[in-house]
Design a protein around this ligand. Sequence first.
Ligand SMILES: NC(=O)c1ccc[n+]([C@@H]2O[C@H](COP(=O)([O-])OP(=O)(O)OC[C@H]3O[C@@H](n4cnc5c(N)ncnc54)[C@H](OP(=O)(O)O)[C@@H]3O)[C@@H](O)[C@H]2O)c1
Length: 228
Amino acid sequence: MAAPRKNALIVGASRGLGLGLVETFLKRGWRVTATQRKPSPDLAALASDALSVETADIDDDAAVSALHQRLAGQRYDLVFVVAGVATQAHDPAHDVPRAVAAQVYLTNAISPIRFAERFRDRLAAGGSLVLMSSVLGSVGLNESGGWETYRASKAALNTLALSFEIRHRAENLSVILMHPGWVRTEMGGPEADIDVETSVAGMADVIEARLGRPGTAYLDYRGETLAW
Ligand SMILES: NC(=O)c1ccc[n+]([C@@H]2O[C@H](COP(=O)([O-])OP(=O)(O)OC[C@H]3O[C@@H](n4cnc5c(N)ncnc54)[C@H](OP(=O)(O)O)[C@@H]3O)[C@@H](O)[C@H]2O)c1
């Protein structure tokens, strides 16, 4: 008998890496629930029996609660929060308006953790929670500076994710903080090192190889462990 299809929830899938992850997991035979903030023609173009599309902004607690309700009864082998922003990432922290810096922190660090807390009861036994981090979130690997408020938000995500997993350690949660590489998306820009296909294929390999492994790992798309 064939193994049951695995089930993924991919959050922030309208474009870029989230969209690429949806495409990849569908090709690998998974069922995918993908979220967007507003209708995404690219996501709609992937329509199939294996894909359901939901709408939610991760900064909107009521929308996340409503999504949680709509998906009651579902269990996911993978919950992957991909959504993130890099607003005014090129300005030094002191030049970024307080409200903008606060919003980057909320979207990149607080909202993913609130989402994780809300959806941890939707993780299947042997499943993993993956949060999209960045190598720029590593304090130890920061040798070039720049991207200051963005870096700080991803460093905050890393520390909050580790604390989240420690707080729930009795549940043996499997948490991965993922660096996708420097990727040619709207955020990564045209000069980035790799294309979306290379990044998402690598991330999917890493995730499938360690699905359900308890603890928190900070990994890149090739499976290399990154320094905190
Ligand atoms: N590209 C890179 O080189 C790189 C490197 C390291 C880490 N990352 C991380 O990878 C993730 C995806 O990046 P990307 O390159 O694919 O960026 P992107 O092309 O700019 O896409 C960002 C995605 O996040 C969604 N999003 C933003 N704020 C959201 C919110 N409040 N609620 C729900 N969805 C929201 C966007 O939705 P809308 O279409 O509605 O705006 C879009 O789907 C981010 O977390 C980013 O920090 C990227």
